[in-house]
Design a protein around this ligand. Sequence first.
Ligand code: LLP
Length: 422
Amino acid sequence: PQRTQLGEGGELLFAGAPVSHLAARFGTPAYLIDEAQVRDAAHAYRRALPEAEVAFASKSLCTRAVLRWIAEEGLSLDTCSAGEIAVARAAGFPAERILLHGNAKTPEDLKAALEYGVGRIVLDSLDEIEQLGSVAHNAQRVLIRVTPGVSGETHEAITTGTEGQKFGFSLRSDVRDNVDRAVAAVLAQPSLRLAGMHCHIGSQVSRVDRYEEAARRMIEVLVHVRETHGVTLHELDLGGGHAVPYVNDDASFDLDGYARRLRVALAYECSSHEFPLPRLTIEPGRAIVGAAGITVYRVCAVKRGARTFVAVDGGMSDNARPSLYGARYTARLVGRRTKAARTPMTIVGRHCEAGDVLAADIRLPDDVHAGDLIAVPCTGAYHHALASNYNLVGRPPLVSVRQGNATLVVPRETEEDLLRRC
Ligand code: LLP
């Protein structure tokens, strides 16, 4: 649940700070992140699954400040590029707690991982096994990513556990790049040490039974590997993808139910195959930072026609999710009190595309006007991370707030920044 609170005179308090003061101090649009809420979410995961390793998926929000909080909370880190490793390194994130993912790791990605000495690299193709095998040293620990054939029942662009999408080795014996070939290829590389198996069924997944199913299938994979290749693997990484509610009718993710049902499924499946319970890793990103962030915009114009449009000073460059996934959001007016009736309006951005819609048909006060501030909740994950410079708009700053005190953790991009690449 969002921790923003209504204050005096229609003010919105974010982590104890009045949002209109933050907007005046840092400008708009601005991403705000509640440090305590991020730490609490990280802590909730550790408490729900004390026996598991919880690796924060840095792709959801990767800044030095955030990674320092994550490291302090005792989590591990899922990275997927040399860039993310560089930020982790700059934040002093312990290398042995880092995993590197990716279906097309470049030589630079592998080099960065080996130089920093990341704990595990998750292998996703036969080519990669050969490439890493020839440059790795010190028996690099690796996991193999598997396509478990389980759908997360989510948007197609973020469904990753089924055949026919690009991630993982197939369980099918009739295709070339299947798990058996991958295991044999890794075992043939003296510089690699196979530690376990990985899968990730998708993102914004709310159904716990999908994870249970993936867990069962992955134990079957471990049992199969023991039978076929004679090695017992001790690590199982079930990925992330736990959903966060963006609008009222979105399902939320039952973390305690997930922990309980996963524990039972793993114990049952392992004991029926007399297989030792593997060490579990999970990789939540959105569920740690999503609800801890909001974005504040200023209204530039209101247009009352066939539909009422409220145009703000940001848009698809700071929130790509509606255009990429048809994602839905809510929004509210902040900073002033009004008794005006609330009517359906559509919040649009400033970009030169008709699809630049932030929130369609949401209720805002009739008297909303240019100069008003609008807050969009639940923008901590995949907003800063997915931001672009489309139309050469500078990306917003990220401001962390804790007990009413704000700190600029990422400055707003300036014209000078933009000119560097144009
Ligand atoms: N582990 C792996 C291997 C992943 O690929 C991902 C996300 C995660 C963990 C973390 O997933 P999360 O818990 O954050 O859902 N841009 C999309 C989401 C893409 C997710 C990509 N992989 C969005 O904004 O909905």
